[in-house]
Design a protein around this ligand. Structure first.
Ligand code: AOF
Ligand code: ZN
Length: 368
């Protein structure tokens, strides 16, 4: 794979990215058809159930014979809601296929590549650990995590002062990060399968958790989920009162009083039972949620960290110092002292300037 191949694969990833908000189930995929150094056609997967990226690109050109197809994901080999892309590429006379990442979906998982090769097509797959291979897997972190691990991908978003405090000891967190950071979070909400908070945060912030400050305006809202073991969320909470703006699910513990559950349901929210953090994620997975944006608080985040189900950290570090050791940090409820040897290592940590804040993008693990 040379520099030109990589540039076209990058373009395929950029195209795939256009499905970020709409493809909340399944994979984001982009495809570029190139012949004699010229781009013939491009396509991306725009919505679940809709045509695949390769089909979109092939439909845009009368004759693709001899072309190279650059795809961000291995072409499918199965009849899903659309016919197999591998067959379409073969039928179109494509000479070469360059793939950024394999498709872990059991009905594909290498058979797309095998089928292309069996038809005499030259297939090249980016190394999993190469920059483009890793970028392709990270782009579809939600899809891959859901497909391989059977749970949603979890990103913990938080805003901290330079001394790592997420709120005052009284629970006030408005606002630690700046307006540009908060706007970015609305963009993330618009693309998330679900936004998750603990009951304490739902009450303290009285947050709505909808994607509002977005451009273009969000066409769909994420499922809003409140983890509330004892079902103590008051029906006057903003998230409950705005249930008409988008679905709200309150996940309670097995011992939550039935009367509280029915009060919440009468107020317009749905309730479900989960015993612990993995069960909560299993419940969301069963509902087709591929990605969770965890927005705190520290108690819930601590439980998810302890269960090793936080995949990515998005921490906005704001230019301020709290200076109060009793103010909460990112993770609460540590049960035992932690030794240096217990520090959870990150696969990567990268900074980005967002307004006056610095966003730390940390991957605890790379997608499968
Ligand atoms: C591709 N190109 O653009 C996409 C692929 O429900 P369906 O019929 O859309 O099938 C979903 C599966 O197809 C999904 O799990 C993944 O394996 C593949 N997605 N494949 O060749 C595409 N979106
Ligand atoms: Zn396909």
């Amino acid at each position: 794979m040379n520099g030109v191949d990589e540039a076209h694969l990058r373009r395929a990833l950029d195209l795939a990215e256009q499905g970020r908000r709409t493809v909340t189930q399944g994979a984001m995929v982009g495809c570029v058809l190139v012949r004699d150094d010229a781009i013939l056609a491009e396509g991306f997967h725009a919505r679940p159930g809709g045509p695949h990226a390769e089909a979109v690109a092939l439909a845009a050109v009368a004759d693709a014979r001899g072309a190279t197809a650059y795809v961000s994901l291995e072409p499918c080999a199965h009849h899903g809601r659309t016919p197999p892309c591998a067959d379409a590429l073969i039928a179109a006379g494509i000479a070469r296929v360059v793939v950024a990442a394999g498709d872990p979906f059991p009905l594909v998982a290498g058979t797309g590549i095998d089928r292309l090769r069996a038809a005499g097509i030259d297939v090249e797959v980016a190394d999993r650990a190469s920059p483009i291979g890793l970028a392709a897997r990270r782009q579809n972190a939600a899809y891959r995590t859901a497909t391989v691990l059977g749970r949603p991908h979890v990103t913990y978003k938080a805003a901290v002062t330079v001394d790592g405090r997420t709120a005052t000891r009284a629970g006030d967190s408005r606002w630690i990060s700046g307006p540009e950071s908060r706007r970015l979070v609305h963009e993330w909400r618009a693309a998330a399968g679900a936004v998750l908070v603990g009951r304490g945060t739902a009450i303290a912030d009285d947050a709505t958790l909808t994607a509002r400050d977005c451009d273009p305006v969000a066409a769909r809202q994420p499922l809003r989920v409140v983890a509330d073991r004892s079902a103590l969320l008051p029906i006057t909470a903003h998230v409950v009162r705005t249930s008409a703006e988008g679905a709200v699910l309150v996940v309670v513990g097995p011992n939550a009083p039935a009367s509280r559950r029915s009060a919440l349901e009468r107020a317009g929210v749905e309730t479900a039972v989960a015993a612990d953090a993995p069960a909560l994620l299993a419940l969301l997975h069963a509902r087709g949620v591929q990605s969770v944006l965890l927005e705190g608080g520290p108690t819930l985040a601590g439980a998810l960290l302890a269960a090793a189900v936080i995949d990515r950290l998005a921490v906005f570090v704001a230019p301020g110092v709290m200076g109060d050791p009793a103010a909460p940090g990112l993770f609460g409820d540590a049960l035992a002292p932690v030794a240096i040897a217990d520090v959870v290592p990150l696969a990567s940590l990268e900074p980005e300037t967002v307004g006056r804040d610095i966003l730390l993008d940390g991957w605890l693990r790379d997608p499968p």
